[in-house]
Design a protein around this ligand. Sequence first.
Ligand code: TTP
Length: 404
Amino acid sequence: MQTVVLAAGRGTRMRPLTDRQLKPMLPVAGRPLVAHTVEAAAAAGASRVVLVVQSDDDSVREQFGETHAGLDLEYATQTEQRGTADAVRAASPKLEDAPFVVLNGDALYDEDSLSVLYDRAPAVGAFRVPDPTQYGVLITDDAGERVTGVVEKPAEPPSDLVNTGAYALPAEAKAWLDVGESERGELEFTDVLARACEAYSVAPVAFERWLDVGRPWELLEANEWKLGELEGRIDGDVHDDADLSGPVVVEAGATVRSGVVVEGPAYFDADATVGPNAYVRGATYLGPGGKIGHGVEVKNSVLMADAHAPHLNYVGDSVLGRHTNLGAGTKVANLRHDDGPVKMLVKGEAVSTGRRKLGVVLGDGAKTGINTSLNAGVKLPTDGATRPGETVMFDPDSERGRRE
Ligand code: TTP
């Protein structure tokens, strides 16, 4: 079935990682996030994909060109980020007069569940969560076999099934894309779904697994998921004295030096260097040109292209943006002493991440002075810097950070 993948969002909750890079292009286990969405669509039965991209950024088109995962790709541009219905409207001239699937380009879907969605159109992908109050929640009939509506962030959720942003709709839905503005001022695809629910029996398809990658720690979770499926491969240089276990990918041009211990899954991308004498454990991705140097321990983290943790660093459960550098001795805290979930600021508000272990997020180009201590949940802005010996307890751009 023809499939529209939405990849034109602003990614404001993912800042600072999206200040200079589109969210669908953020790395997940060695490939851009949206590559996984397109691959899941291909495995589930997509016949062709129309990717909706921003009109002023060609990075998605440059990355993928005209085919990916055996599928023909076409591009539609959205000039202004007016909402998901507007994004599908941008794609509609490229759609044939036939049923179509819509997927969020910033979500991970499992292929088997997705293929059930393709088979059961009209249908919407649903995921069960213990606390649906922060999601769009599906309303179903008593038998749970038919979706009758969606309610956003309800205080009293009508079900535990949340909307995954995966829809399989009849051709007629193309004529329903002219929706009005929602309360938050966007043109929402859920209004199109509401019309489909009135006209058809729309089935909720319960997904086994799904991850909405909207906030920085969800990029870690996306890497945990996809690195968990990794098949090991050594195309680079690994010293005889290095000890690699678990699936590990060492890309061509990457070097693992003497005395390195890796407990995978781990992925060292092209021209990355690890060691000598480094310890890498948990799901870790080191981007092209990245460096994990002497006496450095990295646990369950994403280090993007040219991110360097070169000397005597500890980095746990963290995301380091492109071209970041940790001064010698910089350490990251990733656990609260009260064992509570680590909080992080998202659009200025402290949000519980639900994670007991979470370190820091560094925007592209951020640098730390030697012996910097970074507290759990801290974000450093794009091109931000710390002084030698500095202890960063709160985000420097937050109200609290400014007062400190
Ligand atoms: P969202 O996650 O709702 O929006 P976003 O990606 O802009 O992120 P944020 O809310 O943090 O600013 O979008 C869901 C999907 O739809 C995502 O894949 C991006 C896509 N999208 C568009 O393509 N165009 C749009 O105008 C919007 C709002 C989203």
